[in-house]
Design a binder for this molecule. Structure first.
Ligand code: ATP
Ligand code: MG
Length: 264
């Protein structure tokens, strides 16, 4: 489903600002895997997401999605395989367009040009049914401008749009971090539901360790451009926050610091 093979990325190579963002990343996701990703600031989590989405090209290594080598495929061509939600609720939707127009864009993402645009009665029904899954009554506000929605509503809509066309890979990069606790909980719940219903293969970055433990069937910890810990399906249900901290300390030989990093 997704394979990252020996991915390496260095920014500003050969300058004083040189930064190895990804050392040598190997990761293999089976269909339906839901992997949560934790790691301190600057560990390379977003860079890894950018490699998968095609926003960045690796210096070395390969990205394989659905058995196809997409390493050289530009982001816009890869978007048919990828759904992505960012931290910023403002990032995933177009504020001056209505809810319906935004969903229509997501809907036509992987369709031929001739089938794009236009909201027919049949499509409107599909959009309504999809919006009902959010339990936010947005299905009755199809004509509302997205710029008028709250951050939580907007992030829920972003999540729906990212999952609407059943992407091969769903990328969630701290997508609940900018929301207040109750809204974050709502989006976490929705994420669980949508991913489970559609059995989406998912990577989710979070700084909240409890969330990383509660969601998904696998967990990885990143540090300094490496995956330093992989917790597989069998072990994940038994894992606790003290376990994670102990693992980090054992691997790094230092205490996990209490920056925003891993304590969430
Ligand atoms: N476009 C870029 N140019 C130069 N350096 C970059 C660029 N993007 C990321 N970096 C650097 O690469 C490293 C990894 O960054 P990345 O954004 O992947 O970290 P992260 O794990 O997502 O961190 P955070 O938890 O803070 O979001 C950081 O040191 C960052 O400063
Ligand atoms: Mg990041």
């Amino acid at each position: 489903m997704l394979k990252l093979q020996q991915i390496q990325k260095t920014f500003n190579e050969g300058t004083p600002d040189e930064k190895v963002a990804l050392g040598n990343i190997n990761l293999h996701l089976k269909p339906g895997d839901f992997v949560t990703i934790i790691g301190s600031n600057g560990a390379g989590k977003s860079t890894m997401m950018n490699m998968i989405s095609g926003a960045l090209t690796p210096d070395y290594g390969r990205v394989i999605i659905d058995g196809k080598d997409v390493t050289a495929l530009p982001e816009f061509k890869r978007s048919q395989y990828i759904g992505r939600v960012f931290q910023d609720p403002m990032a995933g939707t177009a504020p001056s367009m209505t809810i319906e127009e935004n969903i229509a864009l997501a809907y036509s993402r992987n369709k031929p040009r001739s089938l794009r645009m236009g909201v027919t009665k049949k499509r409107r029904d599909i959009f309504r049914t999809a919006l009902e899954r959010l339990h936010l009554n947005l299905e009755n506000r199809l004509g509302a401008k997205v710029g008028l929605l709250s951050g939580g509503e907007r992030q829920a809509l972003s999540l729906l749009m990212a999952t609407f066309t059943q992407p091969s890979i769903l990328l969630l990069d701290e997508h609940t971090a900018a929301l207040d606790p109750s809204r974050a909980e709502l989006i976490t719940q929705l994420t669980k539901e949508l991913v489970a219903q559609d059995q989406l293969t998912t990577l989710m970055v979070t700084h909240n360790m409890q969330q990383a433990l509660d969601l998904g069937n696998r967990l990885i910890m990143m540090d300094k451009g490496q995956i330093i810990l992989e917790v597989e399906e069998e072990r994940k249900p038994h894992l606790t926050i003290p376990d994670l901290m102990a693992e980090f300390e054992a691997i790094r030989g230092e205490k996990m610091n209490s920056d925003r990093a891993l304590l969430g």
